[in-house]
Design a protein around this ligand. Structure first.
Ligand SMILES: [Ca+2]
Length: 286
């Protein structure tokens, strides 16, 4: 695993974090002392992510399971950086710069049926509609509305990714057209020619991983984002968590679609109470 910086600078940032953290929530919760369930001190990888200045190939992916995650889902780290959001297609312009000044985490895979069932069992999520397109615990949960997706992420103490976060996690600073590069390639995404008209177990095509190690960003199931449907350029006004009436953006294409829908810049939207066999989601963590 790659490491950047010198020990002195990392120690300096870590000390600064502890001082800031302690001033807000108390020192015990900032380290590994008694009573602390999760360390809020940035790990070396998080510090590397916070000072990242490279492009897609320079980033060595990092995956972890947070001890406070009731779903026990693997998440991958997305470093700071900039990229050009949007594309040439309808609703994708103008292409515009987006900057991320703090790292964030995003689920490595789409939320599975098994993970979602834990939330149902806990009484925090409504049961999805049973269907033939996704039945195994290792397939993505589908037929969930945006409201259900939001509630599941909240149960984990997380939230849905914004569409800007989603697109950056898929394309990276290099702005690749697909999560793996600029050219379409077979056996990297679950789409209509290789799916058998059902969803695949999440992560079926490891070669389709994005630059941060996220799987199935193209294909398998569409993914709800937190963002309200609005014209570009994207800005913070596209986020309104309390608005349950306006359409929300979904991304990434699905097992029933062609290659044009699998481009990482492609945008679709639906009402937040809409559900489909082809729509699922993943969560993000600041
Ligand atoms: Ca997907």
């Amino acid at each position: 695993m790659r490491r950047f910086g010198v020990p002195g600078s990392r120690m300096g940032k870590g000390l600064l974090w502890v001082m800031m953290c302690a001033s807000v929530i108390g020192l015990a919760a900032c380290g590994s002392g008694p009573g602390a369930t999760v360390s809020l001190t940035p790990s070396p990888d998080e510090q590397r992510a916070a000072s990242f200045t490279g492009s897609n190939a320079d980033w060595a992916p990092v995956a972890t399971v947070f001890p406070d995650d009731p779903a026990g889902a693997e998440m991958v780290l997305v470093p700071v950086g900039r990229f050009s959001m949007g594309g040439e297609g309808q609703f994708e312009g103008p292409v515009h710069a987006q900057a991320f000044t703090a790292p964030f985490w995003i689920d490595r895979t789409e939320v599975t049926r098994g993970q979602y069932a834990l939330c149902v069992a806990a009484g925090a999520c409504a049961e999805p509609v049973a269907n033939d397109f996704s039945q195994r615990d290792t397939q993505p949960v589908n037929r969930v509305t945006w409201l259900q997706a939001r509630d599941y992420c909240a149960w984990r103490g997380l939230r849905l990714p914004t569409e800007a976060e989603w697109e950056y996690a898929a394309r990276g600073p290099a702005g690749w057209v697909y999560p793996w590069g600029d050219e379409w390639a077979e056996e990297r995404a679950v789409y209509f020619r290789n799916s058998g008209d059902v969803t695949a177990d999440v992560g079926r095509f490891p070669a389709g991983a994005s630059w941060v190690g996220a799987l199935d960003m193209s294909g398998n199931v569409w993914e709800w984002t937190s963002s309200l449907w609005a014209d570009y350029p994207y800005d913070a006004t596209h986020e309104n968590a309390s608005d349950e009436g306006q359409a929300r953006v979904m991304r990434g294409g699905a097992f029933d679609g062609g290659t044009g829908l699998q481009r990482a810049a492609y945008r679709e939207m639906h009402s937040p109470d809409f559900e489909s066999y082809a729509i699922g989601f993943r969560c993000a963590r600041p």
